[in-house]
Design a protein around this ligand. Structure first.
Ligand code: C2E
Ligand code: CA
Ligand code: CA
Length: 592
């Protein structure tokens, strides 16, 4: 007990004699005392001025001592010492006292000379418990948090990483995990020249910037993907010294880690102002990915550090993946991504068309629309180089809608020029097939241009059917009901379950060029193609052979009964005007 502070006792007892005696003896022993005569008054007095210790008679009119004790516990927690003064020392009332949360009990008659000592010990035992709890909390913080910055420390990172890794291993959504390790460039010289005080402040500010700057989900702007917001939620920790880590537990694409790294560099790169001095800092960042660069926390940390040193040796203020080949790939993908957005806005895409001809007559019956990207600097870019990325970032949806609209419009332009009516085939990505707007887009394209539904064919691949077969089937059925034709593209390269094909409302199979390439020499390929054609005919579907490059291939396919051929042998993909020329010289087209 501090000498100049008198501890305050609140006494509630309906017996005035007891009240007077309590007051007199406790004051004589150095306490300040408030006496009230019932439970309600005790609560009011406590609310007005919380006491250091409360003495409650259990039997009082209105609220009993037990009830007052329970109220105190409910509102003020477990730390206030409450002693119940019982008329009896039977087991029942003692247990009742403890049940209602009392710290101690005191049976009547009261020993007036010892009561002060008793309160002294009650007060000390509970102080001890409070301090123990605070000490535990402090130890917990010390064990898991860095005292200087308040960020989780190395121990936390380990446990967190192991936990997240366990989750990612179970996860089937294709999320990956990235560990970024950043180290401030030249931090030692700040410490040496400006002193540890400024050094520490610098670390605190870096921690604040990372904590606040990586919280929002807008770093990775995406059109699709629900995981992108989570992916951007980096978990920031301080490993020690000037080393920090950021864990991205829901990474979708490899480049996302690089985006976060750039964001970190930008956050750290803003000048730090101390008093009148402005200091510019840079950081080197290493990135390790699960599972490629390590399966456990220890290995990932080690490899992220190796990558960080590689970044530093590149001249600081750099980021580097553990596998350095990834760094260039990720940078290229990010560049391509922003260029793709621009391409859509600036109308840099165009369509070329490849004729599909009747295998017997050689008449053009249709064309397949194939997209090209006319890049202002890089020239013509193949769809193989940008469609996969456009699918990843969701840009395939507006691109696909544009292809549909343009292809239908071009078909009507040929018709308006008096050329024979032909069918137009448009490739539809699996991502488009999942899009609820697909049917609306298809309808809009052929209705707005006036192209009859029967002259529009969409080409889908087996991967479209794999993801959500029931949904795909519903969409296909509804498109068929409108009269639109559906071709299964690249047939033979996927799972190709023939059993499964029976259930689908397909109108055409396109045999992949892998089976055509070695014909007619390869008897195996010949046999496969023959059985596919037989099957398709049994299912009332037409068959197109892709990648026909020679007259021998053409002859062999015609012999096997293949309906349509498509390939360089007849013509590669050509622009709109090229089709005009081909249609003019070819005999009249026939709608299949
Ligand atoms: P695909 O649907 O299988 O298209 C056929 C590809 O084979 C085309 O490549 C075409 O130029 C090529 N080809 C045609 N005849 C021959 C031949 O005789 N020999 C050889 N070796 N190749 C031939 P392209 O135009 O580069 O397109 C590649 C792929 O990009 C397409 O494969 C398709 O999956 C995709 N693609 C093209 N345009 C679009 C589009 O508008 N939307 C979507 N989602 N995908 C598209
Ligand atoms: Ca195709
Ligand atoms: Ca194909």
């Amino acid at each position: 007990m501090e000498s100049n502070y008198r501890q305050h006792v609140l006494v509630a007892d309906d017996d005035p004699t007891i009240g007077v005696l309590m007051q007199a003896s406790l004051e004589a022993q150095g306490y300040s005392v408030t006496v009230v005569e019932d439970g309600t008054a005790a609560l009011a007095a406590f609310r007005a001025a919380p006491a250091d210790v409360v003495l409650l008679d259990v039997e009082m009119p209105g609220l009993s001592g037990y009830e007052v004790c329970e109220e105190i516990r409910r509102h003020w927690g477990p730390d206030i010492p409450v002693v119940l003064v019982t008329g009896h020392d039977d087991i029942e009332s003692v247990e009742h006292a403890y049940r209602s949360g009392a710290t101690d009990f005191m049976p009547k008659p009261i020993n007036w000379t010892l009561i002060g000592h008793r309160l002294h010990y009650v007060l000390r035992a509970f102080r001890d418990a409070t301090e123990r709890r605070l000490a535990e909390q402090r130890a917990q913080r010390l064990a898991y948090f860095d005292t200087l910055t308040g960020l989780p420390n190395r121990q936390s990172v380990h446990e967190l990483l192991e936990r997240e890794l366990a989750r990612v291993r179970r996860n089937i959504n294709g999320h990956s995990l990235a560990l970024l390790l950043l180290d401030l460039d030249g931090f030692k010289s700040i410490n040496d020249s400006l002193g540890h005080g400024i050094g520490n402040q610098m670390l605190q500010r870096v921690a604040d910037r990372l904590r606040n700057g990586l919280r929002t989900g807008d770093i990775i702007g995406r059109l699709t993907g629900d995981a992108c917001v989570e992916a951007a939620e980096g978990l920031v920790a301080r490993l020690g010294g000037d080393e920090f880590t950021v864990v991205l537990p829901y990474m979708v694409r490899v480049e996302d880690a690089l985006l976060i790294a750039h964001r970190i560099r930008e956050l750290i790169g803003r000048p730090f102002v101390f008093e009148n001095r402005s200091i510019v800092m840079t950081a080197s960042i290493g990135i390790a990915l699960f599972p490629d660069d390590g399966q456990d926390a220890e290995t990932l940390l080690m490899h992220a550090e190796t990558a960080m040193y590689a970044a530093k040796s590149e001249g600081r203020n750099n980021c580097q993946y553990y596998r350095s080949s990834l760094t260039e790939r990720a940078i290229a993908r990010l560049e391509l991504e922003s260029e793709l957005h621009r391409a859509l806005k600036h109308k840099e895409f165009c369509l070329v068309y490849q004729p599909q001809v009747d295998a017997c007559s050689g008449v053009i019956v249709g064309v397949e629309a194939l997209i090209r990207w006319q890049h202002p600097e890089k020239g013509l870019i193949s769809p193989l180089d940008f469609i996969p990325l456009a699918e990843d970032i969701g840009l395939i949806l507006p691109i696909g809608a544009w292809v549909l609209q343009t292809a239908c419009a071009d078909a009507m332009r040929w018709q308006a020029m008096g050329l024979p009516p032909i069918q137009i085939s448009v490739n539809i990505s699996p991502i488009q097939f999942r899009d609820p707007d697909l049917q609306k887009n298809i309808l809009a394209a052929h209705v707005s241009t006036g192209l009859p539904a029967s002259r529009l064919e969409i080409e889908i691949t087996e991967s479209t059917l794999m993801e959500d077969a029931a949904h795909a089937l519903r969409v296909m059925q509804s498109l068929r009901d409108q009269g639109i034709h559906i071709a299964l593209d690249d047939f033979g390269t996927g799972y190709s379950s023939l059993q499964y094909l029976r259930q689908l409302p397909l109108t055409k199979l396109k045999i992949d060029r892998a089976f055509v390439r070695d014909m007619p020499a390869s008897k195996a390929d010949q046999a496969i193609v023959r059985s596919v054609i037989t099957l398709a005919k049994a299912l009332d579907m037409r068959v197109t052979a892709e990648g026909v490059e020679t007259g021998d291939q053409h002859a062999a396919l015609a012999e096997l009964g293949c309906h349509i051929i498509q390939g360089f042998y007849f013509s590669g993909p050509v622009p709109f005007e090229g089709i005009v020329g081909l249609l003019q010289s070819s005999s009249t087209g026939v709608v299949p």
